[in-house]
Every structure is written in C-alpha cells, then in structure tokens.
Ligand binder design. Sequence first.
Ligand code: AMP
Length: 351
Amino acid sequence: MKPRLLSGIQPSGKLHLGNYLGALKNFVDLQNSGKYECYFFIADLHSLTEEFNPKEKSKQVLELMADFLAAGLDPKKSVIFQQSQIPAHSELAFILNTLTPMGELERMTQFKDKSLNPNTPSSKAIEQSSNRTSPNVGLFTYPTLMAADIILYDAKFVPTGDDQDQHLELTRTLVRKFNSKFPARRSLGEGGGNPFIEPQGLHTDIPRVMSLGDPLKKMSKSKPETCLFIDDSPEVIESKIKRAVTDSDSVVKFDPDKKPAISNLLKIYSSLSGQSVKELEHDFSGKTYSDFKSSLAKLVVDHFSKYRAKKKSLLAKPKSLALSLNTGSKKAAKVAEKKMAEVKKKIGLAL
Ligand code: AMP
C-alpha cells in the first residue's frame, strides 16, 4: 500500500508565489510521482479565522478548486475535498483540544503574528468595550484543527511551506500523547499498532518565499503589493518585479546573508525554470539587476500563461467544479468517519 499524503490551502483570496512554490507546485509533483495516495483539501474552516465576507466565501472555495485543477491536480489521481463538508474535522479537533495545554498554543508563531494583524477578526464588541484587541479562539486552536486534518486520514506525509513546521511538531506531540493515553487494547480485539501515526513534513527547495518589498519577511497576502499573485496579469507581474527591492551592489550573486533580495529572486527563478542557482549566476554574470528582473518577469508570465487560461475556462463552469469537489468530499468523508468511529471507541464514547 502506498503511504498517504495530505495537505490543504485556505480559500482566502488569490494564491501567491509562496503558496505555489512552497506548496501547490509540490502537490502536483508529488501526485504525479505515483508514490503516494494523495489527499488535498480546501481548508475553508481554517479560513474563517481571518476576516471574510460570507458572500465571497463560496466563490473563494470554487476559485481555489479551479486553482488546484489549473495547476495540475487531478481528481482521478488525488482525492480533492472541502474541509467543512466533513464534520469529523471539527469533532476530532475538539477532542485534541482537550489534550493540548494552552501554553503550547500560546507559543505558536502564527498565532502571535496573526493576533497582531488588523485583518484577523476579533470581537469588535470586546475591542470596543475593553479597548484591547482580542484574537478569536479559532485562530488560537488553528493548530489542533490542523492536527485533526492530518490524523483523520492517517497521513504519513504533509507537504507545506516551513511556516507550518511548528504546527506539524505539535501534531506529532499530540499523536504521541494520544497513543500513550489510549493504546491499542488486545482485550477488545484491537491490533497491536498505535491508533495514530506520526506525520512527516515535506518541503520544496524553496519552503519560504520572501516578500518582494522586504526580503527578510515571508511573502504574504496581507501585503498584496509585495506579493506576486499567480493570476496577476502580465503587466502587473512585470511592474511588481520591476519594483522589487534589490541589494546595494548590482551583482547577480546568491548570498542569502549579504544579498537577501537578489538571493530570493534567484531562488524563485531557479524553482520556476529548473536551472540551478549556479547556472543562473553564470548566465547573468556581467548583467544588471534590471536585465535579471526583465528575464524573471518574462519567465513568471510564461510559466503561468497556460494556468491562467485553464483557470478562466474552469471558472466558466462553476457547477462542474462544485460537483467534482463534492465527489471528492464524499470519498474523503468515508475515510474520516471510519477514523472518527475508531477514536470514539478508543476514548470510551461509543456505546
Ligand atoms: P495558507 O494560505 O496559509 O493556507 O498556506 C498554504 C500553503 O502555502 C502552506 O503550505 C504554507 O506553508 C504555504 N506558504 C504560505 N506562504 C508561503 C511562503 N511565503 N513561502 C512558502 N510557502 C508558503
């Protein structure tokens, strides 16, 4: 049997180059390697932890489905599903919450960063009455929902960007805790194996794409002007790359410590073109940053031109996208419900 692999992306607007090079491109490569049983999902419950408009949400779900398919995910090869359609995700997350000390969640970097982000919904009433910002509880328990996403499918591998490493580490801690608290009981006819398996992260060679405006910060949609969205028009791509910050000298050389800006652009170039950074340094020796940026802009525009056309044609048939997603959700639900029944039995909730 092939090992199972799972990952998700939040439907909260357009995908940027970080989502693509850190995650989606890898999803497609891993799917096509034929080595894994692949599950990919639209993390719509997770996306509720950030400010959203209910009129836009279902559109964002279908748009992400179109992104998945346009980038090369294939429902015949992978199970592609919508998280909120499977109640077991929230159910298991609650059970995992009861195993998780508050302190573990309080030290999560994503929680700390997003708590400071003005786009995160906090109760306006609380804010106004007490004059302070109070991040929502969903953001606080994001990592336990992520652990539930992974554990429900017995996923061995989880491809993500490196911003998710801390959450994955917590998932492994919870797996170990659950296994030691609720071991298999032979007296009940259970096999000798542990109930949950420990997942492993999979990174691409560019697990953290940096911002075009500040190469020391992660590219993030919270600053759209410093983000390259993969369906930005060719004109916007060219203009954003032209304006990307560069380092003080003008030599195209990879040196993440001394030249973080050009090093980030070189990694992006290498990842999209398949050329090594060394080859690129050689090709651009004696050339200016401006030459390099023009060439990178052309590469990005060309790389996503088929994707853009395919996405447009997929979005013209929203019913067919919804049907395909619902079919995947039904398949995933069978696996998740079976696991949830095992969990309930194990912790004594099944009568
Ligand atoms: P999210 O939008 O938080 O659902 O992220 C979807 C995927 O994109 C996750 O696997 C993230 O780790 C990955 N990701 C987000 N931003 C970046 C970035 N700047 N560089 C690399 N991967 C990223």
